[in-house]
Design a binder for this molecule. Structure first.
Ligand SMILES: [Zn+2]
Length: 468
């Protein structure tokens, strides 16, 4: 599998540090509100990287943080008259709900910054001991000039940045030795959450959080670090500086970044009034449509969100869902179950589509081409499956479409069908309970189903059910 590495500006063959295992860190959101669709892009894209790695047989340790101490959280808590913790806990819960609706798998670990302060203090102490950090009146800065490789990720000309930054220096920042130095620890302001440190009461800077959480949950040297391209500089550049100077090892071997998301061809911003939360989109569309939209472009390309494109994404996804639904119906109605010779020959052709999907995904996660492969398979199914098809044939086609869509995390079986499967499972459980003479449990299940509007009929051919 090839991945484009921001560090080397090249597509490189992915070779993990440890055979069969992947360690991956993705910068998570600051939890002061519902997540917006700009947050959703890295979540969906890097969940797809993870799913594909797992599909290839890797065991993936996937860590994504929640930044739960930040100026915006503090501002919101003051506005609402509640604690910062209450604000962040609320939006972590809401974020997890949105993630589930987008079919983004929960991380192996979702660390929270406020629970990792000891680790941050320890890392800052090491950096001070090694001469990479200095304290000015309770503010601790990272000494960028001492790290010769500073700038290697963003490929920026640091001297240009230095002179640019120097003219922008705001008062109070002139205590820094160098305009590029950044904050590791800042002193508390009245009414803010704070922790006790060797440099006084205060709180950590944002960049140190990720270095510490990646180290604690994944190790000093990791395979993949990912996030939006807006994080390359300064956030990821600073993470590299902190981690590599503290640990003396290469921090992350592959740096992956997704492109920007625009709204109606403009940058998303609250002031332009084109700011959408995932929750708002979810009120109008199944969030599978949002996932489909995000994956229909290459993850490194900029992507434009608009009403029209959501409508066309909805229609495109619907074509897959309809094909699956038709195949389900054909399987139920099939007169014969056994494959004919002609069907067997046709089924021998379908591995071609899986191969196409894998080739696309192996080429730096080309999800757009992977989706095209699914559409080719859908077309193949629509052309070759009909009333005369055997049950085995249509079921095999359906399974393959569902499986290929699942590689991308796209759910293409109708919710009602999933529901049907659940009902069947409960009926089986009831049968088992009756067999075991546990009539109380059997009656309970019947009542539970009845409450959902499902009526059971015990017939000579077994249990049948219908919706009331
Ligand atoms: Zn980060």
């Amino acid at each position: 599998m090839k991945l484009y590495n921001t560090l080397t500006k090249k597509k490189e063959e992915f070779v993990p540090l440890q055979e069969g295992k992947v360690t991956m860190y993705v910068c998570g959101p600051t939890v002061y509100n519902f997540i917006h669709i700009g947050n959703a892009r890295p979540m969906i894209v890097f969940d797809t990287v993870r799913r594909y790695m797992e599909y290839k047989g890797y065991e993936v340790n996937f860590v994504s943080n929640f930044t739960d101490v930040d100026d915006k959280i503090i501002k919101k808590s003051i506005e609402e008259g509640v604690s910062a913790e209450e604000v962040s806990e609320r939006y972590i819960k809401e974020c997890k709900k949105d993630m589930a609706d987008m079919n983004v798998k929960p991380a192996t670990t979702h660390p929270q910054a406020t629970q990792e302060i000891d680790g941050m203090i320890a890392m800052i102490e090491t950096l001070m001991e090694k001469g990479y950090a200095y304290d000015v009146n309770g503010t601790v800065y990272f000494r960028t000039r001492k790290f010769e490789e500073y700038g290697k990720l963003s490929h920026k000309n640091l001297d240009d940045l230095r002179s640019g930054n120097r003219s922008l220096l705001v008062s109070g920042e002139d205590q820094k030795e160098d305009p590029m130095d950044f904050v590791l620890w800042k002193p508390k302001k009245e009414g803010e959450p704070f922790w006790v440190s060797p440099w006084g009461e205060g709180r950590p800077g944002w960049h140190i959080e990720c270095s510490v959480m990646a180290k604690k949950y994944l190790g000093e040297e990791i395979d993949i670090h990912a996030g939006g391209e807006d994080l390359i500089f300064p956030h990821h550049e600073n993470e590299i500086a902190q981690s590599e100077c503290c640990n003396g090892k290469t921090f992350a071997h592959y740096w992956l970044h997704n492109g920007f998301l625009n709204i109606d061809n403009r940058k998303m911003s609250k002031s332009l009034g084109n700011f959408f939360t995932v929750r708002e989109i979810g009120e109008q569309y199944d969030l599978q449509v949002l996932r489909f939209f995000m994956l229909s472009a290459h993850y490194r390309s900029p992507i434009n969100f608009s009403r029209e494109i959501m409508e066309s994404s909805k229609n495109a996804l619907e074509r897959i869902v309809t094909a699956v639904s038709n195949l389900t119906h054909l399987a139920q109605e099939a007169a014969v179950d056994v494959l004919s010779d002609a069907e067997e020959k046709l089924l021998a052709e379908i591995p071609v589509y899986r191969k196409k999907l894998e080739d696309a995904m192996d080429d730096d996660l080309n999800t757009a081409d992977a989706i095209s492969a699914i559409f080719e398979l859908v077309k193949f199914a629509n052309t070759n499956a009909n009333d005369a098809s055997s049950g085995a044939f249509v079921t095999a086609l359906k399974k393959e479409i569902v499986a290929l869509s699942d590689v991308l995390g796209l759910q293409v079986e109708k919710k009602e069908e999933n529901l049907d499967a659940e009902i069947e499972k409960m009926i089986e459980e009831r049968q088992a309970a009756r067999k075991a003479r546990d009539f109380k449990r059997a009656d309970e299940i019947r009542d539970e189903l009845l409450a959902q509007g499902i009526i059971l009929e015990d017939t000579r051919e077994g249990v049948k059910w219908k919706r009331a």
